[in-house]
Design a protein around this ligand. Structure first.
Ligand code: ATR
Length: 293
């Protein structure tokens, strides 16, 4: 649909946004659903975030996505938060509801759907590498879904410990512990069903930097999930596949967080297959994708 005088706006606020996949994915979804909406990416520096959110209000935008580095800072400008956004203390989706801006977080949902699709179930025991925003979403979502044991491994041990304490505070039934990055991981992995890489290790343009772990530490039967989606097949996913282990890749999480956001903005089921096609096409054109095909 060609944008016209009544076209609704969905904005992406982030910095940088130039390589974002979301415009391709969401515009394909709007087109498929025959909706008179357009999704545009705006590079917003941190000091302009408040003004950008005020702009969404003034322009009557239908909603927005919020990405790095604004997912936490944006909270202060919103009128209301969903329970998930409150739990995670981070917002990636904003929906205008009766003139109020409501913050949601669809990252945890995307992670859970990707795991359910890849595994058919959610694991009871997991090792999570990382302690940033992505790791928080993964750890809290697994604990919320009933995980009995979580191990957080992180380069900076204090950040790992802080995440573990947060998991314990919200979910006392989940046994959570922190470990430094290193050989201690091998032991934790032997007792786990799932490994999640929620660090930026393996991400283009540093794809060939030292790996997160020695592939020999991956035990038979372990499911390996990498939240990095550029490149689509990270060194970790390659190592897991070489061992015949089941894998869940980052673009699946990207797809489902986007599908959920679409549903929140439009109140309609997301055209997931069209979104997947647009996402894979956009990822294939990315810097980094060409290096490894
Ligand atoms: P996000 O919010 O996207 O998760 P982040 O908060 O910057 O991003 O977190 C990045 C994660 O990757 C952190 O856990 C970071 O470890 P530190 O807490 O020690 O910084 C981890 N990370 C980044 N580069 C790494 C590297 N080369 N080796 C190991 N861990 C790394």
């Amino acid at each position: 649909m060609v944008p016209g005088a009544s076209t609704g706006l969905v904005a992406l606020l982030g910095d940088p946004v130039a390589h974002s996949i979301s415009p391709a994915m969401q515009n394909a979804a709007f087109r498929t659903a025959g909706l008179d909406l357009v999704y545009l990416a705006f590079r917003v520096p941190a000091e302009e975030l408040g003004a950008a959110v005020a702009g969404l209000r003034a322009l009557g935008a239908v909603g927005a996505n919020v990405t790095v580095p604004h997912k936490v800072a944006v909270l202060q400008w919103l009128d209301e938060l969903s329970p998930e956004a409150r739990l995670l203390g981070a917002v990636n989706t904003v929906v205008r509801e009766k003139g109020r801006l409501v913050g949601h977080n669809t990252d945890a949902y995307g992670f859970r759907r990707a795991l359910e699709e890849g595994l058919g179930r959610l694991p009871r025991t997991a090792v999570i590498a990382g302690a940033g925003g992505a790791a928080r979403a993964a750890a809290l979502e697994l604990a919320r879904a009933g995980a009995a044991r979580l191990t957080v491994v992180n380069r900076t041990p204090e950040r790992g410990q802080a995440l573990v304490e947060e998991v314990r505070r919200h979910f006392p039934g989940c046994r959570a512990e922190a470990l430094p990055l290193g050989v201690e991981m091998a032991e934790a992995l032997r007792g786990a069903e799932l490994l999640v890489n929620a660090t930026s290790v393996g991400m283009w343009p540093h794809s060939e930097e030292p790996p997160l772990l020695d592939p020999d530490w991956l035990p038979p039967g372990l499911v390996v999930c990498d939240l990095v989606y550029n490149p689509r097949e990270t060194a970790l996913i390659r190592a897991a596949r070489a061992r015949g282990l089941p894998t869940v890749t980052g673009e699946q999480m990207l797809l489902y967080q986007g599908a959920r956001a679409f549903e929140l903005w439009t109140g309609q089921p997301a055209p997931v297959e069209e979104m997947r096609r647009a996402l894979l096409e956009a990822l294939a054109a990315w810097p980094g994708a060409r290096e490894r095909g």
